[in-house]
Design a protein around this ligand. Structure first.
Ligand SMILES: O=C(O)CCC(=O)C(=O)O
Length: 355
């Protein structure tokens, strides 16, 4: 029997999943435009997410919607001057320019709620991630002139597979994480379009300096303001540099299956208790950090049922929610006890209060 050909499988040292693989240093300066087949119906698009790895939506937002979202994106975060910095993905020292990326607006600002559950798009998301799909994060992202190209990478590779297995049509790796990009300019080649390699999720690994997969080179998504693209996290993608005079406006929404941890505290985790053995000071510090990323009251007041669900509100009949009841009961009991103890009444049965 001949030994199998070794296949490079990119994994984390724990041999488990891989977060954001790069981007690698292989700079891609230009790409042919992608032939866009716009979303027609939910069923076809679900199939396309499994086969090509992405779907493009024509004019998800109209002109007025584009203008409004751009204004909202300009409003969030700090003063404009705070965003002239070293390019995070530049791999070039001393290369500065405008790069505003502000994370998780969905749990912080109710004006962004409507971008999570767009009709039809949400049906595709709920199918590919399963019942109980979540919005796991996102960002407002404005990239100015001079943006350095972003090399090919994956956002999340759940596990590696040998290429011949990943390519086998009988194998369909579940889509655990996806991203929706809203484009708010007419994206020209000079403005730094997103690039992607169609079908590259079938590589079974992240790119490692590769400039193409299976004979397919990356293509550039040159689209209209208001268009959007949904793509799976294991699709090889990146962006060209911005050599134009304009800022490119893009909103990212990340989604995941119910067992994927969001980058903010979901609704069901709004009460926090110390970890076993955690000091008061450590608990306070940890809580301060997490509160900055917690679903606020203003959001709870305005979110519709679907949006609340996407932000982590659980239903008893929903997969992924089985831990929640016990968790909440435990937290509620902790706070009841704590309040009781601070009264320090003589009838208190807890050891602390009697001491
Ligand atoms: O800026 C883009 O178009 C691509 C962004 C991207 O690749 C990412 O956020 O992972």
């Amino acid at each position: 029997m001949t030994a199998p050909t070794p296949t490079k499988i990119t994994r984390t040292p724990s041999n488990h999943h891989l977060h954001k693989s790069g981007p690698n240093n292989e700079k891609i300066d230009s790409a042919e435009p992608l032939d866009i087949e716009y979303h027609k119906d939910v069923e076809t698009s679900i199939e396309q997410m499994h086969e090509a790895g992405f779907v493009v939506f024509n004019r998800l937002l109209d002109d007025e919607g584009v203008k409004l979202l751009r204004e909202r994106m300009e409003r969030v975060g700090d003063e404009d001057s705070a965003y002239y910095n070293d390019w995070k993905y530049g791999h070039q020292s001393g290369h500065t320019g405008y790069n505003k990326q502000v994370g998780t607006p969905f749990c912080l600002d109710p004006d962004f709620l409507e971008y999570m559950d767009q009709p039809e798009v949400i049906d595709i998301i709920e199918d590919i991630h399963g019942k109980g799909a979540r919005c796991i994060g996102g960002s407002v992202w404005i990239t100015g002139p001079g943006r350095y190209p972003m090399g090919l990478h994956v956002d999340y590779q759940p596990f590696g597979l040998p290429e011949d297995i990943a390519m086998d049509p009988r194998v369909r790796v579940p889509i655990m994480v996806s991203t929706l990009h809203y484009y708010l300019n007419d994206v020209t080649p000079e403005m730094g379009p997103t690039i992607l390699v169609a079908g590259s999720h079938r590589a079974g690994r992240a790119p490692d300096g590769d400039l193409e997969f299976n004979g397919q080179k990356p293509k550039a998504l040159q689209c209209q303001a208001g268009d959007a693209m949904l793509f799976r996290s294991d699709l090889w993608h990146g962006a060209l540099g911005n050599s134009s005079e304009e800022r490119r406006y893009m909103l990212q929404v990340h989604y995941g299956s119910p067992y994927i941890k969001p980058s903010y505290e979901p609704i069901r985790n709004r009460i926090s208790v110390p970890k076993p053995g955690e000091s008061d000071a450590a608990f306070e510090k940890r809580n301060k950090r997490r509160h900055g990323r917690q679903v606020g009251e203003a959001i709870l007041a305005r979110a519709n049922e679907k949006q609340r669900q996407l932000l982590g509100e659980s239903r008893d009949d929903e997969p992924g929610s089985y831990v929640v009841k016990a968790y909440l009961t435990e937290k509620a009991a902790y706070f009841e006890q704590k309040e009781h103890c601070t009264k320090n009444c003589s009838s208190c049965e807890c050891g602390d209060a009697q001491a």
